[in-house]
Ligand binder design. Structure first.
Ligand code: PEP
Length: 260
C-alpha cells in the first residue's frame, strides 16, 4: 500500500521568522502524534531563500523539505536560477516541478519540454520530483481533460528511467481549483488519478503501483476526507491551507483516517 504524502507548498509567502515558526509548529504536532508520524509522510516546500532555515527546523524529524522549482542545467551563467545539486547540497530532498503557476502565471510560462528537462535533472540528482499536471477550466469544459493529462504525463516522463519509480511523485492539480476555493469532486479527482495511473502503467509498467499521485486544489480539512477516500489518491499538495499549522495538520489527519 502506498503511504500518503502530505506536502505543503508555501509559494511566495511568509518571512524568515514565520517560516521557522510554522515549521516548528508542524514538527512538534507531528512528533506529539505517533499514529500520524507512523503512517503519513510529510513535506514542506518553502520559498528558496528559506529552504536552509526550514531544513534546520525539521532536522531529525520525519519531514522532507523541498524546493518549488529548479533549473535543469548543473551550473553556469543562469542568473537567478538554482540547480538540483544546490537544493540537495543544503539538505533538501524534494522539488515541485511544473506547478500550474509556473505553467500559466509566471514569466514566459514553462512548457512540457522545459518541465521534462527539469525532471531529468531532479532524477539524475538525489531529489524526489513532484511533477504537477492538470487541465485548465477551458480544457475541462471542452471535454479535453484526459487528453491534456495524457500529454502532460507522457511529455513530462519522456526519457526518464522509471526503474527507481517509487521516488517519483505526481500531483494532479486542476488549474481551475488552485487557490480558487473550488475543488474537484472526489469522483472528478478519482477519474483523473485513475487515468494518470493507467498512463504511467503504459510508460513504466507495474511501477505505476508504487508512484504516489497527490491531489492539489483548494484542499481543506473539511473536504480532504472525501478526496482521500478515493483509491488512487495518495495524499495532497496543499497551498493556502498549508500556511497555518492547524489546517495543514487537519488535512493530514484526514489522510490518516482514509488510509487506516
Ligand atoms: C498548490 O499550490 O499546489 C495548491 C494546491 O494551492 P491551493 O491549495 O491554495 O489551491
Amino acid at each position: 500500500m502506498r503511504r500518503p504524502l502530505i506536502a505543503a507548498n508555501w509559494k511566495m509567502n511568509l518571512n524568515l521568522a514565520q517560516s521557522r515558526e510554522l515549521a516548528r509548529q508542524i514538527r512538534s504536532a507531528i512528533s506529539a502524534d505517533p499514529a500520524l508520524a507512523g503512517a503519513v509522510d510529510f513535506a514542506i516546500c518553502p520559498p528558496a531563500v528559506y529552504l536552509h532555515t526550514v531544513v534546520e527546523a525539521c532536522r531529525g524529524a520525519s519531514i522532507s523539505v523541498g524546493a518549488q522549482n529548479i533549473y535543469f542545467e548543473a551550473a553556469g551563467a543562469f542568473t537567478g536560477e538554482i540547480s538540483a545539486a544546490m537544493v540537495a547540497d543544503i539538505g533538501a530532498e524534494l522539488v515541485i516541478l511544473g506547478h500550474s503557476e509556473r505553467r500559466h502565471v509566471i514569466g514566459h510560462h514553462e512548457d512540457d519540454r522545459m518541465i521534462n528537462l527539469k525532471l531529468r535533472a531532479a532524477m539524475a540528482s538525489s531529489l524526489t520530483p513532484i511533477l504537477c499536471v492538470g487541465e485548465t477550466l477551458a480544457e475541462r469544459d471542452a471535454g479535453a481533460t484526459l487528453d491534456v493529462l495524457t500529454f502532460q504525463i507522457t511529455a513530462g516522463l519522456s526519457g526518464i528511467d522509471l526503474r527507481d519509480a517509487s521516488r517519483l511523485v505526481v500531483a494532479y492539480e486542476p488549474v481551475w481549483a488552485i487557490g480558487t476555493g473550488r475543488n474537484a469532486t472526489p469522483q472528478q479527482a478519482q477519474e483523473a488519478h485513475d487515468h494518470l495511473r493507467r498512463q504511467i502503467r503504459r510508460i513504466a509498467g507495474d511501477h505505476a503501483d508504487e508512484i504516489r499521485i497527490l491531489y492539489g486544489g483548494s484542499l481543506k480539512p473539511d473536504n480532504a476526507a472525501a478526496i482521500f477516500s478515493q483509491p488512487d489518491i495518495d495524499g495532497g499538495l496543499i497551498g493556502g491551507a498549508s500556511l497555518k499549522a492547524e489546517s495543514f495538520l487537519g488535512i493530514a489527519a484526514a489522510a490518516l483516517s482514509a488510509h487506516r
